[in-house]
Every structure is written in structure tokens, then in C-alpha cells.
Write a protein that binds this ligand. Structure first.
Ligand code: HGY
Ligand code: MN
Ligand code: MN
Length: 419
């Protein structure tokens, strides 16, 4: 066992696998789906229940709670001073057909680390905070990673509040309902100083499991951008309108997607290109589609390739409009992020000291940490998930792996809080 100071070791030892698993399953009740997954959209009744459970746990230990203007929820354990806190966290909202662990592990595992530090009686100079960042998934309100992006100044609060979901609900109203559900909670300004940030998350890929490793020492996050493409054609009668001269929004859209697929072709299978949302209106069998909306999610770890290919998406859509009008709006743009070397060393050192097999890796998935890395030294801890499956109701992880990640996290938080 290599060096780890006694306080960090005591905190890590106090992590309780069964308690963490129980809390994970308690949280998974909110938005539980019959197939064993979770559907917990941002600022939904299910999200409100999840937030209330976290606040309830905090109250049991006298940890204070607060929320900011975009609904980020903070749980704070006092330090011996009021200096900038050491912070962990992730998100409680999920994909529409998401899993129990994506995001929730970083919040519940963060709370387990806080409880372990408390039960071990470890005093820290800095306070320690666990944050539930609001609307990370962006399934209901786009863009994703919204709470951390607004906190970090990467996305304007006013623009966030105007987001509208597919039922016409404005984020401002859904957020107000969420904040009104916990009226006693203190409010706090954004951003506030943080001494360092470490986020625990399932890997959402197969590498740790394939290599039989327990901890991912995350060195950064690949570049990620989202586009919203709207194609405007003209409705017409399927039986009478000649094919010549039609403005068929669907045919234009599928031509664009085929051309984008060609642009993104990559022998090395490093490019990540997804059309996750594709809506065709009016969607009637005998009306020529007059409107299509689709999204593009493009990712790449190499900055030059990310900028080059990402920068060509708009032009490819416009060049394949086939007579329809098209608008291409970029709604997320996050270049590849490299985490802080000191935090990476802290995570690696804790994994080593706890004799946990580990590897360094770049995150394929986006996380709140990519925005927080612009504010303070940041890093991440990965644990395996079964078959690397995520954004899928069958997402699964093991209690021992979750506990191992929480032990590394507890040790890192003590380290950061006493720096
Ligand atoms: O899309 C992502 O990468 C994250 O899981 N929301
Ligand atoms: Mn996530
Ligand atoms: Mn996710």
C-alpha cells in the first residue's frame, strides 16, 4: 500500500458498500421504469422527489443545503474555516430511457463519501460540498450540462430559462415549481469559488470491464458539440403532387444525414456521430412532409479533427437541402478538455494506495466536470458498468465497484479539503 495520510485512509475505510447500494436503490425509485431503468427528466416531479431525498439525507447529518438560480443543489459539510470548498457531484436527471447509475452515482456516491468523512470524524480545513448539477442530460430541455454550464458562465442564465420542452413547458416555469417544492432551502449566487472538483461516474464504456480494472483515472473529456437542424419544405397531397417540384422535407433531411454519415466515416472508429432525435411533420401517410427537426451529436478527442469536422456540419446540411430551406443551429460546443495534473495525480495516488487496479483514460461521455474544469482544478473517477452499457435501461454496475470509487473519492476530497 503506498502512501496515503491517515485522515484520507480513515475516510476511505468508513465508506460502507451496503449503505451506498441501499441509497442508490432508494434514489432509483424516482422515475423507475418497468424495464429496470429510470426516466427522471430535469425539473420533473421525479427529479423533485430525488432532490428532496438528497436534502433529507443531508438534514440527518446537519449538512447545510442551498440552491442557485438554475437549480443546482449544494450539500455542504462545514470545514474548520470558510475557505473555498472541495467539491464533488454529478446529476440526478436521466435520459428518457436511462439507467440507475448515470449521474446518480456521482451524487449518491458523493454523499456516501461525505458521510464516511463525517463518520470517520475527519476534520477538514475547507468545507466539502456535493452538488447535484441541474439538467445534465438535456433530454427534456436543451442543451445538456446546463446547470454546470450556467454556473461556469459557459451558457447564459437568460437563454437557459427560455428553453422549451416538447410539451411547450418553459424551463423558467418548471424550475420555479422545482425550487418552490423546497421553500426553506437557502439560495446562493453563481459562481462561487471552489478549491477543486472531483466527479465520480460510471465509465459508460467497456474498457475498465474488458481490462478487469476497478478505477478509471480520467485525464479529460473528448470534444462534444450538438446541432439542431430544421428543414422547411412544403406540405402537399401524396397522391396528386408531382414528384418534380416537391419540397419534401423528409427527403431533404435523409439526404443531409446520409451526407453527414459520409463526412464522419472513420476507419479508426474514433469519431462519434449520432442523430438522436428526428421529428417529421405532420407525420400523416398521405401528406408530403413539410417540416423535419433533427439533432446531431458529434464528438472527437482530437482538437484539430473536432474543429475541422464539427465546422463542416452546417455546410454539408445546406449543400444537401434539395430545394428545402434549412437552419443549422449549434446548441452545445465544448472542445476537448484536459483535467488538472494535480487532481489526476490525487486520483491515481488514492487508487494506488487503496490497491485498486486502475488505468488512465479520456472520457467519451460528456460530464459536468468539463465546465467546472474551466473554474478550478478538476478531475474524474470512473468505475466499470456492465458491458459498458449506458443511456439504456439495462445499465448496471456492481456494489463493490461503486464502493471502491466512493473510497477513492472520499480520500481525494479529504486531500483537496486540506490543501
Ligand atoms: O451525453 C453525454 O455524454 C452525457 O452522458 N450526458
Ligand atoms: Mn452522466
Ligand atoms: Mn448521460
Amino acid at each position: 500500500m503506498s502512501a496515503m495520510n491517515e485522515q484520507s485512509r480513515a475516510a476511505a475505510r468508513a465508506v460502507d458498500e451496503a449503505r451506498l447500494w441501499r441509497r442508490m436503490m432508494d434514489m432509483a425509485r424516482f422515475g423507475a421504469t418497468p424495464a429496470g431503468g429510470v426516466n427522471r427528466a430535469a425539473f420533473s416531479p421525479e427529479d423533485i422527489q430525488a432532490r428532496k431525498l438528497l436534502i433529507e439525507w443531508a438534514a440527518e447529518f446537519g449538512f447545510s443545503t442551498a440552491s442557485d438560480e438554475i437549480g443546482n443543489l449544494y450539500v455542504r459539510r462545514a470545514g474548520t474555516t470558510d475557505e473555498a470548498p472541495a467539491v464533488t457531484g454529478s446529476h440526478l436527471d436521466s435520459q428518457p430511457k436511462g439507467g440507475k447509475f448515470d449521474g446518480a452515482y456521482g451524487v449518491v456516491g458523493g454523499f456516501e463519501a461525505l458521510e464516511a468523512i463525517e463518520r470517520a470524524g475527519v476534520e477538514t480545513r475547507r468545507p466539502i460540498e456535493v452538488v447535484a448539477w441541474s439538467n445534465e442530460e438535456g433530454g427534456r430541455f436543451q442543451p445538456g450540462a446546463m446547470g454546470s454550464a450556467v454556473f461556469a458562465g459557459d451558457f447564459a442564465l437568460e437563454d437557459a430559462l427560455m428553453a422549451v420542452d416538447t410539451n411547450g413547458v418553459v424551463l423558467r416555469d418548471a424550475l420555479r415549481e422545482t425550487l418552490d417544492s423546497t421553500p426553506a432551502m437557502a439560495r446562493r449566487d453563481m459562481p462561487h469559488a471552489m478549491a477543486g472538483y472531483v466527479e465520480a461516474h460510471i465509465e459508460q464504456g467497456p474498457r475498465l470491464e474488458n481490462d478487469n480494472l476497478t478505477i478509471g483515472v480520467v485525464s479529460g473529456v473528448q470534444g462534444l458539440c450538438w446541432y439542431r437542424v430544421e428543414v422547411f419544405g412544403a406540405e402537399a397531397h401524396a397522391g396528386t403532387a408531382p414528384l418534380k417540384g416537391r419540397k419534401d422535407a423528409l427527403k431533404s433531411a435523409v439526404t443531409m444525414v446520409a451526407a453527414l454519415e459520409q463526412l464522419m466515416a472513420d476507419e479508426s472508429d474514433t469519431v462519434r456521430f449520432t442523430v438522436g432525435r428526428f421529428e417529421c411533420d405532420p407525420g400523416a401517410p398521405s401528406t408530403v412532409p413539410g417540416h423535419v427537426l433533427f439533432t446531431v451529436d458529434f464528438r472527437h478527442p482530437d482538437l484539430a479533427t473536432f474543429v475541422d469536422l464539427g465546422g463542416r456540419i452546417k455546410g454539408v446540411c445546406e449543400a444537401n437541402a434539395r430545394g428545402s430551406e434549412v437552419t443549422v443551429e449549434r446548441i452545445i460546443y465544448s472542445e476537448p478538455v484536459v483535467f488538472d495534473a494535480g487532481v489526476i495525480d490525487l486520483v491515481r495516488g488514492a487508487a494506488r494506495a487503496l490497491d485498486l487496479p486502475h488505468m488512465e483514460m479520456v472520457s467519451g461521455a460528456g460530464h459536468d466536470a468539463m465546465h467546472i474544469a474551466g473554474l478550478c482544478p478538476a478531475g474524474m473517477i470512473f468505475v466499470p458498468c456492465e458491458k459498458g452499457l449506458s443511456h439504456n435501461e439495462a445499465e448496471s454496475a456492481s456494489a463493490p465497484d461503486l464502493a471502491a470509487g466512493a473510497r477513492v473519492l472520499a480520500a481525494c476530497l479529504v486531500g483537496l479539503a486540506n490543501r
